[in-house]
Design a protein. Structure first.
Length: 144
């Protein structure tokens, strides 16, 4: 399977990425409607994974304080999970973030996704906590 990773370049790519996020977070996971998109989309850099001209993964990052970058809203279509599409997307994003000379890269992960982030060199820095009715954990990227 050929996968392309890229920064969002058009409004159509952005809309398709938001649609995928809404499908996963609102329909699949049951978060309240209106949660996607949010105001942080305006100040974030958005990235997508493409297979056969279809957006199958999406994520964003933003600078939350001076040289501190947070990766957010990471999703992959359900039927393509465990195919390393998310791994490729986050590695692609981290390459771009490193160009910005970050002091810190981190993610607020759902606990069920903790193992995924550990595989791409993140380490838990908090105990699990409830956020929107779902257990989350904060994780820092271990710079190489």
């Amino acid at each position: 399977m050929q996968v392309e990773y890229k920064e969002v370049e058009s409004i159509n790519e952005f809309i398709d990425a938001i649609r995928l996020r809404a499908d996963i977070f609102i329909i699949e996971q049951g978060f309240k409607p209106g949660w996607e998109p949010d105001e942080d989309d305006k100040v974030s850099k958005h990235y997508i994974s493409i297979v056969d001209n279809e957006i199958v993964g999406a994520a964003r990052f933003r600078e939350v304080s001076s040289s501190e970058f947070k990766i957010e809203r990471m999703v992959t279509k359900k039927e393509l999970r465990s195919k390393h599409i998310g791994t490729g997307l986050i590695e692609f994003m981290i390459t771009d973030i490193k160009k910005l000379k970050p002091k810190r890269i981190w993610v607020r992960s759902q606990v069920r996704s903790q193992f995924f982030y550990e595989k791409v060199n993140f380490t838990a820095i908090s105990k699990p906590y409830d956020l929107w009715g779902v257990q989350h954990i904060d994780m820092d990227y271990n710079k190489k």
